[in-house]
Design a binder for this molecule. Structure first.
Ligand SMILES: [Zn+2]
Length: 160
């Protein structure tokens, strides 16, 4: 059993590395949803499917490979209603159960596949967001910002 488990783990890691490499290699910008994987795993109906698919690990690999290859990863906020918003007219279906895989927008009449629609929304929201900045760059950005603050204070002093 232990050997079999090890083999499955290796196969999954190999798959995730190949997939994350391919996605990063073929795209300049990748938009992801910031999924609450830990919280979702606590849901017993979703736990096995999510743990097996290795979502969290795939996102982690895409983030660091994006840094290596100069690509941009954007994460849309965790609570954005990506599955419930119509990608055509932006109408939000407040009452949409997880079990419903297709739905019809009551506003524009478009029939949506739940996942296809969510991916269109994630892409469009992500494209409108600023780039995710790695920690090292954040440090230099904050030092530039504090320099600017110092300069504007100096100017205020000069003006008064
Ligand atoms: Zn619509």
């Amino acid at each position: 059993m232990a050997k079999l488990n090890e083999k499955i783990t290796n196969q999954r890691n190999d798959f995730l590395h190949k997939l994350s490499y391919r996605l990063i290699n073929e795209n300049q910008v990748i938009c992801l949803e910031d999924l609450n994987v830990k919280g979702m795993v606590r849901n017993r109906y979703l736990a096995k499917a999510i743990s097996d698919s290795g979502w969290g690990e795939l996102c982690r690999q895409m983030q660091y490979k994006a840094d290596w290859y100069g690509r941009t990863v954007k994460q849309i906020p965790r609570f954005y209603p990506s599955s419930k918003e119509c990608s055509i007219c932006r109408f939000v279906m407040t009452d949409l159960k997880l079990s419903r895989r297709t739905w019809t927008c009551p506003n524009c009449g478009t029939v949506h596949d739940r996942d296809d629609n969510a991916s269109s929304i994630i892409l469009s929201v992500g494209q409108g967001m600023p780039e995710v900045t790695p920690v090292e760059k954040m440090a230099s950005v904050s030092s530039i910002l504090s320099m600017k603050q110092v300069n504007s204070k100096k100017q205020e002093t000069l003006a008064s």
